[in-house]
Design a protein around this ligand. Structure first.
Ligand code: FSA
Length: 429
């Protein structure tokens, strides 16, 4: 049944999916929306709470290419453009990259190279140092054996700032935000059964408050399994290392306009942030789980502290700096943390009503490629909310699917975070 526009809609989680959902619903005429989160936006528990995130439309899977192109169109509109930087995107492999990394670049390029929605002249193959110097003079490294392409119809989003802005707009349009213990949902509440299904009536929070609603939408990113344990059959919390280097104003001027550089077998970085002069870097890999006992089963859920990064990732980031920007190779890495995502085996999101329940939806499985969809994702959620079901097969709740950690577009092996050494002292779970 289509919910009437004045029914109470509860959104649990004020990250990318939660805020986008609130925005689309409030713009779509819903008048009674509450968002809960344990922290104010941008929450340190949200993967989107980051200096910047890649915005690109090449995917191994053309389904997402179309969605990302819709998102890029939105990022360029006056509503979003303050938070979008169309710097372009270099996707490459380094000299010793595994074949898998080379293959994923070929597949990604195939999804966009003749695509009619890309402006003419968007792409340039990059197969030599000469090519890199010609297209990206900001890079001073030798980048020996780097090969890939430059996509000019891409860039990055100023992530945390975009979240703050979305929250501000939602607030202005009447969305209610409840944060802290009163907004920290710890239990899903079910009332009576109807036709063999449990009717969700809302959530209870850490402070003991009860929030009731006619629809409850869980948008908890990597944390979703802590509230909805059976979703961990499909969503695995995995983390990736993030670090920054500080540039002086002169150095910022030299690096300004540099495309996002993503070396599939090392890591990626962005132009320096215009306010802080920080370059954000991240290591590419298969991700780290935190397998732990969760509601009676063994599942990966985020650690309680995000601080510090694995030593092996710090080495990858150092190699990336050495190869691409050797002038900064001795620079200290600052603000190091691990970023938790909710991974599915096929990298498909899950946007669906939770089976055998009524009134409960889950929006999860970001799979580390959802931030760019901030301007459009809420529209997909609104459709499911109103249709009463998910018509897109790949975004349905999937039963009994064999879980796999071998994600086609990532290199390396998944490890558990408890088994790796950290580069600097770090408080443990
Ligand atoms: O959509 C994107 O290009 C984001 S990829 C960034 C990343 O760190 C991945 O490289 C990583 O594999 C994981 O998915 C988290 O996000």
């Amino acid at each position: 049944m289509v919910p009437s526009k004045d029914q109470h809609i509860l959104i649990v989680g004020a990250g990318v999916f939660g805020l986008s959902t609130a925005l689309h619903l409030v713009q779509g005429g819903y008048t009674n929306i509450t968002i809960l989160d344990r922290e104010a936006v941008p929450s340190s528990h949200s993967a989107g709470n980051d200096l910047n995130k890649i915005v690109r439309a090449e995917y191994e899977d053309p389904f997402y290419t179309e969605l990302a192109l819709n998102a890029i169109q939105e990022w360029q509109t006056p509503f979003w453009s303050d938070f979008y930087r169309p710097t372009g995107y270099l996707l490459a492999t380094s000299i010793n990259a595994p074949q898998k990394a080379r293959e994923t670049i070929k597949k990604s390029f195939a999804s966009i190279k003749d695509h009619p929605r890309f402006p003419a002249g968007s792409f340039s193959p990059v197969d030599s140092l000469n090519d890199i110097k010609k297209y990206i003079p900001e890079l001073q490294g030798k980048m020996e054996g780097w090969s890939g392409y430059l996509n000019r119809y891409a860039g990055y989003a100023r992530a945390a700032k975009a979240l703050e802005y979305t929250a501000k707009i939602c607030l202005g349009l009447g969305v209610k935000f409840i944060t802290g213990e009163d907004g920290y949902a710890t239990e899903i509440l079910f009332g009576s059964e109807y036709k063999g299904k449990q009717v969700c009536v809302g959530v209870k929070t850490a402070s003991g408050l009860v929030h009731t609603a006619s629809r409850t939408i869980l948008c908890l990113g990597a944390h979703v399994g802590t509230l909805l344990p059976n979703v961990t059959q499909q969503v695995t919390a995995k983390s990736w290392a993030v670090a920054h280097i500080q540039l002086s104003p002169e150095e910022v001027a030299m690096m300004e306009g540099c495309p996002v550089v993503n070396c599939r077998d090392l890591g990626f970085f962005f132009e320096p942030d215009e306010d802080t002069g920080l370059i954000k870097l991240s290591a590419n890999g298969a991700g780290y789980t935190n397998i732990t006992s969760n509601a009676g089963t063994q599942a990966s859920v985020p650690t309680s502290s995000n601080e510090g990064i694995p030593k092996e990732d710090e080495e990858l980031i150092r190699r990336l700096i050495q190869e691409a920007m050797p002038q900064f190779s001795r620079r200290e890495l600052v603000n190091k943390f691990i970023c938790w995502c909710g991974d599915t085996s096929d990298s498909d999101y899950i946007i669906d009503y939770v089976p055998r329940t009524i009134g409960l939806l889950v929006v999860a499985g970001d799979s580390g490629h959802a931030f760019k969809m901030l301007p459009v994702a809420g529209k997909w959620v609104q459709r499911v909310l109103e249709d009463g079901e998910q018509s897109i097969g790949r975004w349905r709740w999937k039963y009994g699917k064999e879980k796999s950690d071998d994600i086609s577009w990532r290199v390396g092996q998944v490890k558990d975070i408890k088994d790796v050494e950290f580069s600097s002292p770090r408080s443990r779970m």
